[in-house]
Write a protein that binds this ligand. Structure first.
Ligand code: AMP
Length: 234
């Protein structure tokens, strides 16, 4: 919800350049994208957002973008096979990454496990941002995103200094086409039915970290950093 240049980044307690593979889970509007960006900057490992990759495909009118567009605009999920292929291609040369918005279904999680075990690089931890769904509609309907750098703002709670312009890079801000009330409602239903079951999936693997998502952005970022440290392999 908030542009990351305004976030206080605490003195790093995690070693820079660590090798870690992390997944962020949470409902739409929970702040997982913001927290994934903060952690990515702290650890110097790439944040991979399937939503951003798919939106890029739609903007550039690629074959994947053309297939994904309709699902995304309605707030539904893009078919597993498309998203899994996108992730496989994106991570094939990485040994560290933060996945934001993937996996979103049990099938995606199982396929990710298979892929990572073939590459001999298992997930280190999964961060679940726990937050009630009700207040999130307001957050999402006021959200603004930068077309160039994907920094996130809110019309009321975190407006840019100059209307419509990104504070970080001067890019143009826009409202996502799936941040309408109908699409938001559908995204919540989809989250409940398809993505929430991943909480017990990863809990049973003992790699789940649950974070209270109702706190301030800085507090959440610090909690995440403390927790993630414990999953860092030496
Ligand atoms: P996000 O930016 O994460 O909110 O994603 C925006 C939209 O992209 C979602 O509502 C889905 O339509 C699509 N999407 C992103 N990630 C996935 C995924 N892992 N599986 C299926 N669809 C996805």
């Amino acid at each position: 919800m908030f542009s990351i240049q305004k976030i206080f980044i605490s003195p790093t307690i995690l070693t820079n350049g660590v090798i870690m593979r992390i997944v962020f889970l949470g409902p739409p509007g929970s702040g997982k994208g913001t927290q994934a960006q903060v952690l990515s900057q702290k650890l110097h490992i790439p944040q991979i957002s399937t939503g951003d990759l798919l939106r890029e495909g739609v903007d550039q009118n690629t074959a994947i973008g053309q297939k994904a567009k309709e699902y995304m605009e309605k707030g539904g999920l893009v078919p597993d096979s498309i998203v899994i292929e996108l992730v496989r291609e994106r991570i094939k040369d990485e040994n560290s990454f933060i996945l934001d918005g993937f996996p979103r279904t049990i099938t995606q999680a199982q396929q990710l496990n298979r892929l990572l075990s073939r590459m001999n690089m298992p997930l280190d931890c999964v961060i679940n941002i726990d937050i009630p769904l009700e207040p999130l509609i307001e957050r999402l309907s006021g959200r603004l995103t930068c077309k160039s750098c994907n920094a996130i703002y809110h019309k009321t709670y975190n407006p840019p200094q100059k209307e419509g312009i990104c504070d970080v890079c001067g890019g143009e801000l826009y409202q996502r086409s799936d941040d309408t009330e109908a699409a938001i409602t559908h995204r919540f239903e989809t989250y409940k039915a398809q993505t929430e079951p991943l909480i017990s999936f990863y809990s049973s693997k003992n790699i789940l970290i649950t974070i209270d998502g109702t706190q301030s952005i800085d507090d959440i970022a610090q909690k995440i950093e403390q927790e993630v440290t414990q999953y860092q392999r030496s």
